[in-house]
Design a protein around this ligand. Structure first.
Ligand code: SF4
Length: 449
């Protein structure tokens, strides 16, 4: 017998833009939608409405967000905007006065209220559509775990504190419960994120909360230790080099969490860092990095840098290049400075760096770093490394089956890959041992052993 519903569930098309933190917000909204019986639509056309989760960090991200809203308006016409750009609604209202609602970041309740008004949920008390662990936009074998919101720092190029407010940490038990559910549902890698992971718990005075049979402090070290004991890879993002990070490096050395540190250094010249108002002093950072490598020789560090910040001279840039040569970071990302509307850096009165010079410095930095990265990767040839499989069914040379994965030193989406051939079938999420046979600037090749 076929049952035809007289009242089909409203369909929502969802666009998620921006950083991993925004992705976590999207996952939460989608989980709520599914919990209330909404269906997701793959296209705007035919959906009851579209939700666009925007990013407003850089002007280029804002432009991308406005474009996504424009597309949704054209293809559907019933649009709710949320996310970082929603904190500054004027621009959206100017370009798209007919959007149904605009809400800011983490305004889950406001988004849901707007959805209820625009497309009331189908009432079906007998169906619980949500698996216990929620709906994840990321592949099943890894998941982002957001431990706090907002930021107490005031970097001059950044408007995140203005958009998201000061640091608000989740309790340790809340984070651990979510992490445990994720691991039980098949997640093999937890990616810990926040604006400033090492500041976790400062706002709640490292409050203890009950987890299993014990009290756990809301402290970076304590949380990392507990997360590392759940049986999945634990990767730490957006850490600042505060002194207490040394202790966490010990957890990496003993294998509790991955030997991977994502530290956005942004620059190395003291005067640029001062203008940027960056937290945690860089002067002793090289010493710190050497110390960390002594504690954990296996440590891989990823970082991002900004070139062309107002006032950056050729000497400042040279300091950065020399610092990079010394630091030998495994992975480096680079951005050309872009002024962000509302950021204090615009009012520093410093001389602007021309676009040509920015581009030239960007090319020089990337070239220099590629050489470091190629050397680091070359040193891995012949080693047997653990690889987590992200994608299967690729074709290698001579038609052999190849899978794509990552080592412990590679975060998804932002770092490199390992392409492995295998005689036995592999599944996404498998963690295998591979012998590395060759390398290039960013990636490794190997064979599953
Ligand atoms: S640490 Fe600085 S760049 Fe990062 S969110 Fe906070 S203010 Fe912005």
């Amino acid at each position: 017998m076929t049952v035809i519903s007289e009242n089909p569930a409203p369909k929502i098309s969802f666009v998620s833009l921006g950083c991993p933190k925004a992705l976590v917000d999207s996952e939460r909204i989608i989980t709520k939608l599914r919990a209330e019986g909404y269906e997701l639509s793959r296209t705007h056309d035919g959906a009851d409405l579209v939700i666009v989760n925007t990013c407003g960090f850089l002007d280029s991200a804002k432009a991308e967000s406005l474009e996504a809203i424009g597309t949704a308006m054209k293809e559907n016409g019933r649009v709710i905007v949320t996310g970082c750009m929603g904190a500054e609604p004027e621009q959206i209202m100017r370009d798209y006065p007919n959007v149904l609602a605009i809400t800011g970041p983490q305004a889950y309740e406001s988004v849901m209220n707007a959805v209820h008004l625009a497309a009331p949920p189908k009432h079906d008390p007998f169906l619980d559509l949500v698996p216990e662990q929620g709906i994840k936009l990321t592949p099943r074998h890894y998941a982002y775990l957001k431990i706090s919101e907002g930021c107490n720092n005031r970097c001059s190029f950044c408007i995140i504190p203005k958009l998201r407010g000061d640091l608000v940490s989740r309790s340790a038990s809340d984070v651990l419960r979510e992490a445990e559910k994720l691991v039980k549902s098949g997640v093999k890698e937890l990616l810990v994120i926040s604006q400033d992971t090492s500041a976790y718990g400062v706002d709640i005075k490292y409050a203890e909360s009950l987890w299993q049979d014990r009290s756990v402090r809301a402290k970076f070290y304590d949380l990392a230790k507990e997360l590392g004991s759940l049986g999945a890879w634990t990767r730490l993002h957006y850490v600042y080099p505060y002194p207490h990070v040394d202790q966490v490096i010990e957890l990496m050395a003993e294998g509790t969490v991955l030997p991977y540190l994502d530290i956005p250094f942004q620059h190395a010249s003291p005067s640029v860092l001062k203008s940027m108002k960056r937290p945690a002093h860089i002067e002793k950072t090289l010493e710190r990095i050497h110390k960390w490598r002594n504690i954990c020789p296996d440590l891989g560090i990823r970082s991002t840098f900004i070139v062309g910040f107002p006032g950056e001279t050729e000497d400042d840039f040279q300091i950065l290049l020399d610092w990079l040569d010394e630091a030998k970071l495994e992975r480096v990302g680079c951005f050309k400075y872009e002024p962000v509307r509302g950021a204090p850096a615009n009012d520093l009165g410093l001389e602007l760096v021309s676009e040509d010079v920015k581009q030239h410095r960007y090319n020089r930095l990337m070239e220099r770093q590629q050489a470091v990265s190629a050397r680091v990767l070359k040193a891995r040839i012949g080693k047997r490394l653990q690889v987590i499989i992200d994608q299967i069914g690729l074709k290698g040379s001579e038609g052999s089956a190849v899978a794509k994965g990552r080592t412990k030193w590679d975060a998804p989406e932002i770092d490199g890959n390992v392409f492995v051939s295998s005689k036995r079938p592999l599944r996404v999420g498998d963690i295998v041992t591979a012998k590395i046979t060759s390398s290039d600037k960013y990636d490794l090749n190997g064979m599953v052993v």
